[in-house]
Design a protein around this ligand. Structure first.
Ligand code: BEZ
Ligand code: FE
Length: 277
């Protein structure tokens, strides 16, 4: 391993991982080295560009804390998060599709009885959400655990508002014995992903916008079924075809129907896949 040059360094680095005891780790490290070196060769990476890349990743690390995960945001805007979701959630036909989790879920959302108002003071046009959680045969799943979270009409999640002391726009409910649920919330609005850090700078340097189309997040769990992490998008949203994180699936776009009193209704059913054995 001396006098390595641009022609033989890749094999030497791969060889250095050849003794990795864990077979999967060995496979991942070998592929990482091959693809990373191929990328550098492909673009003929200069030393200045290498330094800029390191500075970018350093910035991503510096802005990351308990409530701001810039590495996940970087993965999201590169489509890596959605690619990973798509590769690992190939559900049977008829099941509700999964999409990105995003950084705004919290573990301690308040519980509500069916019919409760999960907005809990979040500003927005009132919207009633109804639906049923079913299995592939169409039978309702009694008591399914449903978590929902969304931004307010200014496009902010409660966790982005430093002045808030209670949860808004998020809640946990249980479906009834027929798998049906209903709750009150607000109309979802499009919003920009956090873009005041290195990922935002990368988006603007590349002429991309940070916007996500309006959506309501769901995480649904029931014993014997795969957990479903998904959103319902709002039909007609201007960003459906340019989601900054590539999460839109046609089957997840629904009508959010205006009512005579100015409020909205959303009806959305979910079909869970049986747990893989
Ligand atoms: C979200 O939908 O909450 C989200 C997803 C990816 C990046 C930022 C936000
Ligand atoms: Fe979101």
């Amino acid at each position: 391993m001396r006098n390595l040059n641009q022609d033989n360094i890749t094999d030497a680095v791969r060889q250095s991982f050849a003794g990795t005891p864990d077979a999967r780790l060995k496979e991942i490290m070998d592929a990482l080295v091959r693809h990373l070196h191929a990328f550098a060769r492909d673009v003929k990476l200069t030393e200045i560009e290498w330094s800029q890349g390191i500075a970018f990743l350093t910035g991503v690390g510096h802005i990351t804390n308990d409530v701001r995960q810039e590495f996940i945001l970087f993965s999201d805007v590169l489509g890596l998060s959605m690619l990973t979701v798509a590769m690992n959630n190939d559900k049977p036909k008829g099941c509700t599709e999964a999409t990105v989790f995003g950084p705004f879920h919290t573990d301690n959302a308040p519980h509500y009885a069916l019919g409760g108002d999960v907005a809990n003071g979040a500003k927005g046009i009132p919207c009633k959400v109804t639906g049923t959680v079913k299995n592939l045969d169409g039978t309702g799943i009694a008591g399914a655990h449903i978590e929902v979270w969304q931004s307010d009409d200014e496009g902010l999640y409660d966790v982005q508002r430093g002045d808030l002391t209670h949860a808004q726009g998020r809640g946990i409910l249980n479906a009834d014995t027929n798998g049906a649920f209903h709750f009150q919330s607000i109309l979802a609005a499009p919003y920009p992903i956090p873009h005041d850090g290195p990922v935002g700078a990368m988006l603007s340097a590349t002429g991309r916008h940070p916007w996500r189309p309006a959506h309501l997040h769901f995480m649904i769990k029931a014993p014997g079924f795969e957990t479903l992490i998904t959103h319902i998008f709002r039909d007609g949203d201007p960003y459906l075809d340019s989601d900054a994180v590539f999460g839109v699936r046609e089957t997840l776009i629904k009508d959010w129907t205006p009512q005579a009193d100015g409020s909205y209704c959303l009806d959305c059913d979910f079909v869970l896949a049986d747990k893989r054995t």
